[in-house]
Design a protein around this ligand. Structure first.
Ligand code: SF4
Length: 424
């Protein structure tokens, strides 16, 4: 039977989809992409982070039901966890698998097939599947699940309330598989990496050290981080790890303390700024990227300008800007002084303008420097592209295929999206 999987949302979801693909394959199913003529099972790994994400889930389910007539439609991920079955049109979904049952998804599908006499397949395989990803350059490894921080705008703690960390022995096994599969870079991801190791008495340095021991793993990164995870001790220890990439994605969300408090974030703008300074003192040319929400309930023009000015001073190399979006079931959804759409849009535009200028400035600062690039593939314009250690995208022209090679490049020009260079 042919299975097509579609993913929305965060890196954790993408990581889990890769695991599901491997599990389906282990169980005798064939993975096909969404353009295949025949799809027997369609799995949507959904995201519920904003109201827009949920609308997209409904749209994809509607489309899948029409396109894959007679196939089994499976909904998993956060929408499957926070919504009752009746919230989704039942004729668009056959099976709903919440996050806490995701590891059983393949056997749930097999059970469904058997009980509906659709087809008998091979028995479930209990072997932990390999870690796969779209390209054989960078592998995302999920090491933590769940969040109990209850930021006032976020639905995740309701969708993934159980906090758990992957044991170190299992992480070590996964790293061995990743290296054996030919990947050169590993990115550790989690729903909230701040909580990694709280239940297993480990910390993020442990996982970096494990990965660094594997000769074939050349580069190590973290996914999105909460500011509080980066203690002075951890930063100093990471700076001593030669394979650790100097790129930190640290969620700020707002540069105004009043808004950070309303968001139930657990740091002040000053603490965040001190952290940025500390990272820059330990890592030469560190790239710091972030997420910002604009138009949070109660955000006045003054608060927004405070946030804008704060962001301007941090010299971020990339900023993801999101207009606040109401998530029913969260505290922020019932807060007074919701910001109207037009104001949110205007604030998104202002913040994006700043983001583009900051990105361009950072990329321009690399002109003339030598960067080490892990090449990932070819663009439509026949340039090879990859990422530098600081995660800036770099393109070069080359006669030979340089995919999955780590090569030195001299940066010759830049724009807001990345850099161009010549192979050395
Ligand atoms: S830290 Fe906050 S924003 Fe991140 S998952 Fe937890 S509750 Fe959501």
């Amino acid at each position: 039977m042919q299975v097509s999987l579609y993913t929305l949302g965060c890196k954790v979801n993408y990581c889990e989809t890769e695991k599901l693909k491997a599990e389906f394959e282990e169980a005798g199913f064939k993975i096909v992409n969404s353009t295949a003529n025949k799809v027997d099972i369609f799995v949507l790994n959904s995201c519920a982070v904003t109201a827009k994400s949920e609308a997209k889930v409904r749209q994809i389910l509607n489309r899948a039901r029409k396109k894959y007539k007679g196939s089994i439609i499976v909904l998993t991920g956060c929408c499957a966890s926070i919504k009752r079955q009746t919230d989704f049109q039942l004729n668009n979904v056959d099976i709903i698998v919440p996050n806490n049952k995701k590891q059983e998804l393949v056997s749930i599908v097999k059970q469904y097939i058997n009980t509906h006499n659709l087809l008998n397949t091979t028995p479930p395989n209990s072997v932990e599947p390999g870690i796969k990803a779209k390209t054989r350059t960078r592998a995302f490894l999920k090491i933590q699940d769940g969040c109990n921080r209850y930021c006032s705008y976020c639905i995740i703690p309701y969708a993934r309330p159980t906090v758990s960390s992957k044991p170190l022995a299992e992480i070590k096994q996964n790293i061995l598989q990743i290296a054996a599969n030919g990947y050169k870079e590993v990115v550790f991801v989690g729903i909230n990496l701040l909580l990694f190791g709280k239940d297993t008495n480990n910390n993020l340095l442990d996982v970096v050290e494990i990965a660094a021991q594997q000769q074939d793993i050349k580069r190590i990164r973290f996914g999105s981080l909460e500011p509080e995870v980066l203690t002075k001790e951890l930063i100093q220890n990471l700076a001593r790890q030669t394979k650790f990439c100097p790129h930190f994605h640290i969620s700020l969300q707002s540069g105004a303390n009043k808004i950070l408090k309303a968001m139930n974030r657990h740091y002040t703008a000053e603490e965040y700024s001190d952290l940025v300074k500390l990272i820059r003192s330990q890592f030469k040319n560190a790239a710091i990227t972030t997420d910002i929400i604009v138009g949070f309930p109660g955000e006045t023009e003054e608060d927004f300008n405070e946030s804008l000015n704060f962001v301007r001073l941090q010299n971020f190399s990339k900023i993801h800007v999101f207009p606040y979006s109401i998530r029913s079931g969260t505290k922020a959804a019932t807060m007074p002084n919701q910001v109207d759409s037009a104001t949110k849009l205007a604030r998104v535009k202002s913040m994006l303008k700043l983001a583009e200028a900051a990105q361009t400035e950072f990329n321009n600062s690399l002109i003339g420097t030598k960067q080490t690039i892990l090449f990932e593939g070819k663009t439509k314009t026949q340039l090879y592209y990859g990422h530098a250690l600081n995660y800036v995208k770099v393109c070069v022209r080359s006669q030979k295929d340089v995919t999955n090679q780590i090569l030195e490049v001299k940066i010759t020009s830049a724009n807001k999206d990345g850099c161009f260079g010549i192979l050395l």
